[in-house]
Design a protein around this ligand. Structure first.
Ligand SMILES: CC(C)(COP(=O)(O)OP(=O)(O)OC[C@H]1O[C@@H](n2cnc3c(N)ncnc32)[C@H](O)[C@@H]1OP(=O)(O)O)[C@@H](O)C(=O)NCCC(=O)NCCS
Length: 172
């Protein structure tokens, strides 16, 4: 396995025309659809780094800053910002473009963590990424702090899952 790759080798772009099957009653892109696009583009980027199977370990919050109306282009740009041992952080930027005027708006951003899996289905080591641009270096250098916050959140999520259990309300 290559021990290192440039961030640019993981850059992935996805664009779609917002049309009625994917819109809600406000004639804007359905939030769940956008989240599925985010996971999709991020998984492609993650596999460009790992060159093997990956799974989504977590998605940080997605703030829908602006709605994306019908007849706009929604485009997503993803790249791996940082890697640890078996996990990698992916950044996704979502931009809407009014196809009649060309006006563009950043509608959301998201950080996701993917984990590479080996043939045994267990987490396996990933190559390191080398940032080059100002944006890549900024996101790479600030990643360990976000990873630490995720680690703490995961511990809290596990405690909550243990506390809540699997019993349904109507079960004795
Ligand atoms: C993610 C998963 C592979 C981790 O496996 P695990 O056996 O618990 O392994 P570990 O605890 O050793 O974690 C492996 C790596 O994942 C990272 N990780 C695990 N859960 C994480 C989370 N919620 N957020 C961020 N990173 C996470 C760990 O920090 C570790 O990173 P590192 O190796 O770079 O230090 C496992 O929990 C899993 O399969 N989850 C379900 C994934 C899935 O089904 N995704 C689709 C959602 S529908």
């Amino acid at each position: 396995m290559t021990a290192e790759r440039f961030v640019r080798e993981t850059r992935t772009f996805k664009a779609s025309h917002v049309l009625p099957p994917d819109t809600n009653n406000h004639n804007t892109l359905f939030g769940g659809k956008l989240m599925s696009y985010i996971d999709d583009v991020a998984s492609v980027s993650a596999m460009k780094l790992a060159r093997g199977p990956v799974v989504t370990a977590s998605t940080d919050s997605v703030d829908f800053l602006h709605p994306i109306p019908v007849d706009h282009e929604v485009s997503l740009e993803a790249f791996v910002t940082w890697t640890h041992k078996t996990s990698m952080e992916i950044f996704v930027k979502i931009v809407a473009e009014d196809l009649l005027t060309g006006e563009r708006t950043v509608c959301a951003t998201s950080f996701l963590t993917f984990v590479a899996l080996g043939e045994d289905g267990k987490p396996t080591m990933v190559p390191k990424v080398i940032p080059e641009t100002k944006e890549e270096i900024f996101l790479h250098d600030s990643a360990p702090e976000r990873a630490e916050a995720r680690k703490q959140r995961r511990t809290r999520s596990k405690h909550l899952a243990d506390l809540l259990g699997t019993r349904r309300p109507w079960e004795p």
